[in-house]
Ligand binder design. Structure first.
Ligand SMILES: [Zn+2]
Length: 515
């Protein structure tokens, strides 16, 4: 038997998951080789099959079959062959008349009239209908979102009615109570789940207790204050909110803060800063005989001998106090440094408007570069990979500039001065603060001072301070106030002092205050 290979792809199918003409051809010729089928010609049609008479190659193929050039057709899928009644009718007629003996796809052979009807009803109809349907569904979601309608099955606390969502009379009060309970700060998610269960709050399917993970989802879904979030974009909903935006925000702050504080909650003062110089593992702490705290290498790579060298908490405190003694800033010297710095700062603020202009111009110029880059890509002057690479680079630059511009606005001179005085006072009273017996105060001091302490043989082998202490530790080593004063005119000394305070300035206030 002789065969035509028939391949088809129309322009309206470009974006869909249908193999290109070349792929169809390759797969079918491979198949034909494998089964030794004799191919008369490979026909590649790029017209639609939705309307009949629109496919010259298809029509001519039928003519040639009537002329007995071939009696079989090989296609990748039957939906390539016929998508309307008239064309299937033509195929069936040729079948009945004995001109077509076989239609083959790699997965099935059709060689009777019944088989042909099967093609007609099942494949053709299903393929055609399902594709149109999927497009309609996508359009539907987009339109609904634009209109502020919830596009899918209602979230807990709402019910679906004629394409929209409305508060669920059985559950809305429970949702509102959950928000209020959590906002009070006195209940965990699990406790709230239990309280609501006692109130009669149940899952929609199965009538069970609503799990705390669902409660968490209820707290983070903006639908409850009236918005709809879809793939990261927020749409303004037309449904009735169950809670106010401000309650939603407070609850979410608490959710984040709560996680935060849980993470930071340490029974031990030092362990989170300590790591082993020898093997790089974290040090951990445990309580011996219910009373004494010891720190030691966790030895997670099981090769380190350091884990046998326990450091008692008291020894650890002595070591850290020695570090803090380095920051025993002379108050008059710190005052002098700061005064010098503030003079410069005031100068600099005069130019502030100027800097803002420069940043704005730089941002504008990046936007222009991005435009030009896009033109190049559209004109195919650069390939996609190169385009993405350059685009990412420019966008990153832009983000950095925008952040700088934002900070320029946020830090007024007054805020900056206030911050600097605070830092100076903190640095001068570090030792005093750490000498107190309050765990929380001690912990705050360490948090603001340290990144990392590396331990070897029960001693501190190296330290990483946070800014500004990284700079201040050097300032404090000099007792020579007169020298500092004389250095007032010396440029190198001046630069050094500047550096001490410079990095502090770029840090947000919250980083330093009340920590
Ligand atoms: Zn170790």
């Amino acid at each position: 038997m002789k065969y035509f290979i028939y391949c088809r792809k129309s322009s309206e199918e470009e974006t869909k998951q249908i193999q290109s003409l070349e792929t169809q051809e390759r797969m079918l010729t491979e198949y034909a080789d494998k089964y030794n089928l004799e191919i008369v010609e490979i026909l590649k049609e790029s017209k639609s099959a939705k309307t009949d008479g629109n496919r010259p190659l298809f029509s001519s193929m039928l003519e040639r079959i009537k002329n007995k050039e071939a009696s079989g057709v090989l296609v990748l899928h039957t939906d390539r062959l016929s998508r309307n009644g008239i064309e299937s009718g033509q195929l069936i007629k040729l079948f009945e008349m004995g001109f077509i003996k076989e239609i083959r796809t790699p997965s099935r052979t059709y060689n009777s009239v019944t088989d042909m009807l099967y093609i007609d009803f099942d494949f053709v109809f299903a393929a055609h209908y399902s594709r149109n349907l999927s497009i309609r569904v996508k359009e539907g979601i987009e339109t609904k979102l634009q209109k502020g309608e919830y596009p899918s099955y209602s979230p807990v606390g709402y019910v679906n009615k004629v394409g929209k969502i409305y508060p669920d009379p059985l559950r809305e009060k429970h949702i509102q109570k959950a928000y209020k309970l959590y906002n009070s700060g006195e209940y965990t998610l699990k406790q709230i789940s239990n309280i609501l269960f006692a109130d009669g709050f149940r899952t929609r399917i199965g009538n069970n207790k609503v799990h705390k993970s669902v409660i968490h989802r209820i707290f983070t879904d903006p639908v409850y204050y009236g918005a709809i979030r879809r793939k990261g974009t927020l749409y303004k909903g037309i449904h009735e909110p169950l809670v106010s935006k401000s309650l939603f925000d407070k609850v979410n702050d608490r959710l984040v803060g709560k996680n935060h504080s849980r993470k930071q909650k340490h029974t031990f003062l030092y362990d989170k800063f300590l790591s082993c110089k020898v093997c790089g593992c974290k040090l951990t702490a445990s309580i011996k005989k219910g009373l004494y705290i010891y720190y030691y290498c966790t030895n997670s790579r099981s090769k380190c001998l350091e884990h046998k060298k326990y450091i008692p908490e008291g020894d650890m405190e002595t070591l850290v106090k020695e570090l803090i003694a380095n920051f025993n800033l002379k108050k008059d010297m710190a005052d002098l440094s700061l005064d010098l710095y503030i003079d410069d700062l005031k100068e600099e603020y005069k130019d502030k408007v100027f800097s803002k202009d420069i940043l704005a111009k730089q941002i504008l110029s990046i936007d222009e570069k991005l435009d030009r880059l896009l033109d190049l890509r559209i004109g195919n002057a650069i390939d996609e990979e190169k385009y993405k690479e350059k685009q990412t680079k420019l966008k990153n630059e832009k983000t950095e500039l925008e952040i700088s511009r934002g900070q320029l606005k946020a830090n007024s001179l007054e805020t900056t001065l206030e911050l600097l005085y605070e830092i100076k006072n903190r640095a001068c009273s570090l030792k005093e603060l750490f000498d107190c017996d309050d765990f929380q105060v001690k912990s705050d001091v360490l948090n603001s001072l340290l990144w990392k302490l590396e331990i070897e043989s029960q001693k501190i082998a190296s330290v990483q301070y946070k800014l500004p202490y990284e700079y201040l530790k050097d300032v404090s080593k000099s007792d020579d106030i007169l020298g500092w004063r004389r250095g007032r005119d010396s440029n190198s000394r001046r630069t050094f002092i500047l550096r001490c305070f410079q990095d502090i300035r770029s840090r947000p206030l919250s980083d330093l205050s009340s920590k």
